[in-house]
Write a protein that binds this ligand. Structure first.
Ligand code: ACO
Length: 402
């Protein structure tokens, strides 16, 4: 049920809602979540169907434009993305300024924000053509930048995008191929990566998307707005959870230690939380986690890693937690991040790249949400109020008299 409180503001009142637990800040036609049912729809289409039958480029078109593309529309869209996959040669120099051991999210925030220093010709947010080009540039260039972050960190040469490949295949190729061999990504791994992209593409008004909308509401250019979303996503309570989850599984180390960690998660005096569990909106199984678990089985089978100790711990942890009264009562179920880390790890992707991959996929959602907001007739700057609890008015005292 929705209570429209806009009239309260005009009458001089405001609602107090820390964490925006019960505040809707916008109308949107993009993504629907029913947290009680564990349902997620992109533009009306169930996430399970899209993950199974579609591909990331098609989902990107759907989120941006509202409808699935015809074959011709799809081909045009892919051609347009391919037109923008390269980054300006000058940007390569940026990377040399970073320490090799920098977290790739730190590099992502900076380099994506810096796109606005290169693409002046698409910064007019009131011009629909500029908005479209910026959207395509972001969707196309962020994967290239993400792969460059990794290559820089391991001291390998950058790999140029190959526009004969799908976005997922291209990303894996830019991550792992070498001029000295003819390595090509395995189709099963490409499919798994494509699914990870689809499942992370949008999730209505989560913290990073709200950040993008808030930054964009001031009229900031889209590259700056998306960089702010990347910064927000980095936190362990949000996109950083897949990295934190894998680190946790490694720390558990052995199935026999699971009960100890479950007890810690339940202890109110211990700040430890079970990473990859719980969600602000889902009070049932996160539908993305189900698809992700299936994908984990496929990838580990292909790689002959079914006995992978981390995967075994994840499966057992999920089983034990789902039977524990604490998790049942609080409706804490595995979220999308619980299995994504296991898959990425099995693919040989380093842990600190997990959130980068999330950002790559979510760029599509951020851009679509930004697009929707900028196109509104009655767009207003986002400006929450506060409940002031500080000192009441008092007189300044000279420094020598304090
Ligand atoms: N482990 C143990 N207890 C938990 C967990 C957890 N993972 N998550 C929530 N709880 C408990 C809280 O301690 C709280 O207990 P209380 O009512 O006794 O105080 C209760 O469940 C409700 O938790 P809140 O923090 O109020 O729920 P909120 O909606 O604010 O937080 C969040 C949701 C941040 C996702 C939380 O569940 C969490 O920290 N999970 C672990 C991190 C994680 O996996 N994040 C990824 C989210 S999905 C994504 O961003 C793609």
């Amino acid at each position: 049920d929705v209570i429209d409180v806009r009239a309260l503001g005009k009458a001089g009142y405001f609602t107090y809602d820390p964490g925006y637990v019960s505040t809707g800040a916008c109308e949107s036609k993009i993504t629907f979540i029913d947290g009680e049912k564990g349902q997620l729809l992109y533009r009306g289409y169930p996430i399970e169907q899209l993950a199974e039958q579609s591909n990331f480029e098609e989902v990107a078109y759907l989120l941006l434009n509202g409808e699935l593309p015809s074959k011709e529309e799809f081909e045009n869209f892919v051609a347009k993305i391919n037109n923008h996959t390269m980054v300006h040669q000058q940007m390569m120099n940026f990377f040399n300024g970073f320490r090799r051991d920098a977290h790739p999210m730190a590099i992502m925030v900076s380099v994506v924000g810096a796109l606005s220093a290169f693409y002046h010709d698409s910064l007019d947010i009131n011009n629909p053509e500029h908005r479209d080009i910026s959207a395509l540039r972001l969707i196309a260039k962020v994967p290239t930048i993400a792969a460059m972050c990794y290559r820089y960190s391991v001291g390998h040469p950058f790999v140029y995008p190959d526009n004969d490949m799908s976005l997922a295949e291209n990303f894996l190729n830019m991550m792992f191929s070498m001029p000295t061999n003819d390595w090509k990504p395995d189709p099963v791994l490409v499919k798994a990566m494509d699914r990870i992209f689809i499942l992370h593409a949008d999730h209505e008004q989560n913290a990073s998307t709200s950040t993008v909308r808030l930054a964009g509401s001031s009229g900031a250019n889209p590259f700056a707005a998306i960089a702010s979303g990347i910064a927000c996503l980095w936190g362990p309570a949000h996109g950083g959870a897949n990295e934190a989850c894998l680190n946790m599984l490694r720390e558990i180390g052995d199935v026999s230690r699971i009960p100890e960690f479950i007890e810690r998660a339940k202890d109110k005096n211990d700040p430890f939380r079970l990473m990859g569990f719980g969600h602000r909106v889902y009070k049932n199984f996160d539908p993305r986690a189900k698809v992700m678990r299936e994908s984990a089985h496929e990838v580990l089978d292909l790689l002959g890693k079914h006995d992978d100790p981390i995967f075994k711990i994840a499966l057992e942890l999920e089983k034990i937690a789902l039977e524990d009264p604490y998790f049942i009562e609080k409706k804490l179920y595995p979220n999308v991040d619980f299995y994504s880390g296991v898959i990425l790890d099995a693919m040989g992707i380093p842990t600190n790249m997990f959130t980068v991959i999330f950002a790559l996929a979510r760029t599509v959602g951020w851009v679509s949400q930004w697009h929707e907001m900028i196109g509104e007739d009655d767009r207003r700057i986002g400006r929450p109020r506060q409940l002031y609890t500080g000192a009441t008015e008092r007189d300044y005292v000279d420094l020598n008299k304090r």
